[in-house]
Every structure is written in structure tokens, then in C-alpha cells.
Design a protein around this ligand. Structure first.
Ligand code: UDP
Length: 419
């Protein structure tokens, strides 16, 4: 039995793959405490793990705001600014009784630093592609530089707060910027699907495929609303909620669709304006996406890496309408695999048109069998990695003590950081 602290981040796209791994570690008898924003407590406790709340310095809304704008520098500043306070809080919670192992999300810089400061082994879990897979062009470089200058006072304060924790805790200066590295770094994708990157040659990175377990999701849906006709499923993920212009365009595009159209429009969205939509439309704030993808004919997605993986996993052809650059890269990988097509207008600041959406769906419909076979093919590589079970194996390897048998609950000594 190992005592494991997991430092996760407040975003569904990052937490969803970590939940099945957490549940598997608990099932094997380890004592697991997960740190995150307070609002994620029920989701985390449902895995059987303990929960500890971060101080309120980083929120789902921060991820949403910075990623929605596609401003990579603002996103980095958000991570830097959170790192000093989160490192301070988690160090205070764990220093007197350190865990055997720290597991951290690949963007949780404070997790990398905490493991170094406490001198315990660590495992990083990356839910994104490595950042070196995508060169930024000259225009983006200029924009990044201007944004960095604008935010330089905030960067200055953030770096001061980080360096205050001492040289021992300093993160690895070597690229790629993301993911941050642990003793071992788990890539939650397949080697076949990941674009070229220097990490592919490193034995410190393990590609373990997708971590998918429907029972770790809590979204509810009345499946009797699906009548068996072909289902077009539309979602912009969890960060781009409230994008009513896009969903209005979808209504225009698919009012004559020969089947049902299910739109997940985002938590907290008022559904009242959609009351007069055509009868073949269903609107929900959030749906159990994995169960929906089992029934979907085509997935119209923003190209978040989890959604892309989940579409491939289920062999569902996709049309991707990326809302920002990272999603564009994911969508390009999906298109290169032959699993669907990408419409790139939104990342160039132009709203996608109803005609473009209709044409893309018609194209995928016309070649459905081929797209579905390609999706299933690359999806198989995501399954073959072993997913959350293999991730738990690798974590146990680093912890240095594989569980021979499931321990009784009473034998587990909780971490002092447990709330
Ligand atoms: N998701 C869901 N129900 C919804 C919309 C999204 O369960 O109605 C899940 C989806 O299955 C995925 C995650 O939320 O696991 C979204 O992650 P992704 O990386 O695709 O996009 P992000 O929301 O981070 O932009």
C-alpha cells in the first residue's frame, strides 16, 4: 500500500482522465488524496479517494477564460501565478508526513515543484499533446511577445513567489514546456496518434492510451429522448459554454437533418432560448458524453483532446470546429488519421457558416464507412495502451511497491493533507 497525493487541476478535460486512475489506485488498496478546487469534491470523492481543497487561487473559470481567448501567454501566466500559492499550501499540508508518491497533472507546475521540494518520486499525467509538437508561426510569436510584455508585471510577481520556495524546488528548464515531467510521465494518448515530438524518443515518457470509464462521470440524461434515428452529437466541450452564436448556426445548418441533433451547450447555459428550436433538436447543459458517443453517428466537436480521443475510441467520424489553436492541432491529428474533417474558420476569427457545417457533415456522411473505419483503427491504438489500468501499473512501479492484495480499509493510514 502506498500513500499517494494527486495534484489535479480544475478543468474537466484534465480531471476526467485522472478519475479512473484514481479509482483504480483506491481499488488496489492505496491511500489516495486528490487536491483540486472545492467544486470538484463530489466527483473526486465518488472514486473513493480522499479530497483536499486548494486555496481559491485557480478556478475552472480561469481555464475557460484564458483558453477561450486562445491566449497562450495569459494561460501560462495563470499557471505561474497559481504555482507559488498552491505550492505553499500543498507543502504545508504534506511536509510533516510526506506521501510515498506525488502524482500531478502535466500542467500542474506546482506538483513538479512539490515533488522536488519534498524529495519524493512523482508521476506526471499528461492529458494534452506535448507542446513541442506544434511550432508557432511568426505572427503568433509576435503576438505572444506583445502579450508577454503586457503581462510582465504579473509574471515578475509570480516568478518571485515561485523562487521563494528555493532552488531545490525549481522546475526542469528543458523543453517541452508542457507536460511538466515527473520521475515518469504518462501520456494519455497513443504513440501512433501523437504528432512528432522529442518526447517520443525518451524512455521517461510512457504512452498508455486513453483513460476512459463511464462510471466515473456524473452527467445525467434521459435516453428515452433518443428515438433510434441517426444521431448528430454536437459539443464545444466544457470551457466554451455560452457560445450561443455557434449553436444558433447549428440550428440553421441542421433544421432539416434527417435524424436527431443533440447539442450539449455547456453547464450554466440558459436553455429557455432554445425552446422553439425544431422538433428534432435536443438541448442539454451537459450530457454523459461516453454513453452518447456509443449511439452517435457523427460527432461535431471543438477538438478538445479528450473529446477527440473519445470519438476515436467509439469509432465515431468527426467534424471538428476548433475554437483555439491547441484544438486545431488535435483536430489536424484526427483529420490526418482519416477519422473526419476540420473546419478552421473560427481559429481565424471568422464564425463558421451554416453552409460550411452542412457541407462538412454531408461529406462525412458520404464517406461514413471509411471515416468510421479510420476512427476505429486509431481508436484501437488508444485502447491498446492499457488506459487507466496501465497508468496505475506505472504509478505503482514508481511508488516501488506493487499491491499484492487489496488492503482492508482500516489498514490505510490517510495522508495528513486529507480534508
Ligand atoms: N463532456 C461531457 N459532457 C458534455 C461535454 C463534455 O462529459 O456534455 C466531457 C467530455 O467527455 C470530455 C470533457 O468533458 O471528457 C471535455 O474535455 P475536452 O478535452 O474535450 O475539452 P475541454 O472541455 O477541456 O475544452
Amino acid at each position: 500500500m502506498a500513500r499517494i497525493a494527486i495534484l489535479s487541476v480544475p478543468a474537466y478535460g484534465h480531471l476526467n482522465p485522472v478519475l479512473p486512475i484514481t479509482g483504480e489506485l483506491v481499488r488496489r488498496g492505496h491511500s489516495v488524496t486528490v487536491f483540486n478546487e472545492a467544486s470538484f469534491e463530489p466527483l473526486i470523492r465518488a472514486t473513493g479517494a480522499g479530497f483536499a481543497a486548494y486555496p481559491p487561487v485557480i478556478h475552472l473559470e480561469d481555464f475557460s477564460r484564458t483558453l477561450k481567448d486562445g491566449d497562450m501567454i495569459a494561460w501560462i501566466e495563470m499557471i505561474f501565478s497559481a504555482t507559488g500559492p498552491l505550492l505553499g499550501a500543498t507543502y504545508a499540508a504534506l511536509r510533516d508526513d510526506p506521501p510515498d508518491l506525488i502524482v500531478f497533472d502535466g500542467v500542474a507546475l506546482w506538483g513538479e515543484m512539490l515533488a522536488k521540494k519534498l524529495r519524493v518520486p512523482s508521476v506526471s499525467i499528461s492529458t494534452t499533446f506535448a507542446s513541442d509538437a506544434f511550432a508557432r508561426d511568426f505572427g503568433q510569436f509576435v503576438q505572444d511577445t506583445l502579450n508577454a510584455i503586457k503581462l510582465s508585471p504579473r509574471f515578475f510577481v509570480a516568478v518571485l513567489k515561485m523562487t521563494w520556495h528555493g532552488a531545490l524546488a525549481m522546475p526542469s528548464p528543458f523543453p517541452p514546456l508542457v507536460p511538466r515531467r515527473g520521475t515518469k510521465t504518462l501520456m494519455m494518448t497513443s504513440r501512433d496518434f501523437h504528432p512528432p515530438s522529442r518526447i517520443k524518443a525518451s524512455s521517461n515518457f510512457s504512452f498508455v492510451g486513453c483513460s476512459i470509464a463511464p462510471h466515473t462521470r456524473q452527467e445525467a440524461f434521459d435516453f428515452s429522448r433518443l428515438d433510434g434515428r441517426p444521431l448528430l452529437y454536437i459539443s464545444l466541450g466544457t470551457l466554451h459554454h455560452g457560445n450561443s452564436a455557434f449553436f444558433d448556426t447549428c440550428i440553421d445548418a441542421f433544421r432539416d437533418y434527417d435524424g436527431q441533433v443533440l447539442l450539449s451547450v455547456g453547464r450554466g447555459t440558459d436553455l429557455a432560448p432554445y425552446a422553439n428550436a425544431p422538433a428534432n433538436f435536443i438541448f442539454a447543459e451537459a450530457v454523459p458524453q461516453l454513453a452518447i458517443l456509443e449511439r452517435a453517428r457523427i460527432f461535431l466537436t471543438h477538438g478538445g483532446l479528450n473529446s477527440t480521443h473519445e470519438g476515436l475510441w467509439h469509432g465515431v467520424p468527426m467534424v471538428a470546429v476548433p475554437q483555439q489553436l491547441e484544438q486545431f492541432h488535435n483536430a489536424q491529428a484526427m483529420q490526418a488519421a482519416g477519422a473526419g474533417i476540420t473546419i478552421d474558420s473560427e481559429i481565424h476569427g471568422q464564425h463558421v457558416t451554416a453552409a460550411a457545417l452542412r457541407a462538412a457533415i454531408a461529406r462525412v456522411e458520404a464517406g461514413h464507412a471509411g471515416f468510421a473505419a479510420a476512427a476505429a483503427g486509431i481508436g484501437a491504438t488508444l485502447r491498446d495502451g492499457g488506459g487507466y489500468v496501465e497508468a496505475a501499473n506505472r504509478i505503482e512501479e514508481v511508488a516501488g511497491r506493487r499491491s499484492a492484495a487489496i488492503q482492508p480499509e482500516s489498514a490505510i493510514r490517510p495522508l495528513s493533507g486529507k480534508a
